[in-house]
Design a binder for this molecule. Structure first.
Ligand code: ATP
Ligand code: MG
Length: 203
């Protein structure tokens, strides 16, 4: 499936909706150029899961685990931009967390597939008009069926009322766990506030 996201808020909302179908052990690999919206989408997934801590495009940290909220599903957010190869991925020692969490890996194509037999690939393209095209691709497991169900849910949702109200900054003291540090990166990234999900499927 392929859809258009005119604004960052739309991408965020899409992530919150996607979170509804995510389960512990799921691997999501996000691809797209700098500033394509990988972190924006991951923020939406984190908001949908209700995890703790502000999701950022980290300056030094390669992987961060955000504690689960009401659904008790943590989010492992990995930015593989600077990972040199499979050995460095293994050094992050993510296996235990991946089994019990939803894991989103930016720049993970060709690398992060080893974390799980099945995964969801999300391709983001920034068009000249700044609209993002998001394509979801099923890889193994039951992702084909889950994507079909998700597409049905989306077709039922009212996107006109999709923009949620902002709730402000996070307040927890130790909301997340960092796995690794690396050199500085300067991605196009804004630290938008966490948002509540307001969409409900209507059919
Ligand atoms: N439709 C849209 N979807 C997502 N982001 C958008 C959209 N329109 C504008 N933006 C802006 O584009 C930027 C996307 O940045 P983001 O950090 O999510 O990209 P990224 O793919 O994670 O980049 P990097 O590879 O540097 O990590 C944000 O500043 C966001 O506000
Ligand atoms: Mg990013």
């Amino acid at each position: 499936m392929k859809i258009e996201m005119p604004k960052a808020e739309d991408t965020h909302m899409f992530g919150t909706q996607l979170a509804d179908v995510l389960r512990p052990g799921d691997l999501v690999i996000l691809t797209g150029d700098l500033g394509a919206g990988k972190t924006a989408l991951t923020k939406g997934i984190g908001a949908g899961l209700g995890v703790s801590g502000t999701i950022t495009s980290p300056t030094f940290v390669i992987a961060r685990t955000h504690r689960g909220g009401q659904r008790r599903i943590p989010l492992v957010h990995v930015d593989a931009y600077r990972l040199g190869g499979l050995e460095e991925l293994d050094d992050l020692d993510l296996d235990t967390d991946v089994a019990t969490s939803v894991t989103c890996v930016e720049w993970g194509a060709g690398l992060a597939e080893r974390l799980s037999e099945a995964h969801l690939e999300i391709k983001l393209v920034r068009r000249a008009d700044d609209v993002r095209e998001i394509e979801l691709l099923a890889h193994g497991g039951d992702w084909t069926q889950r994507l079909a169900a998700f597409a049905h849910t989306l077709s039922c949702a009212d996107h006109a009322s999709a923009i949620p109200a902002q709730t402000g900054a996070e307040s927890e003291t130790h909301p997340s766990t960092d796995h690794h540090q690396s050199a500085q990166k300067t991605p196009a990234e804004t630290n938008s506030a966490r948002q509540d999900r307001t969409i409900g499927a209507a059919c």
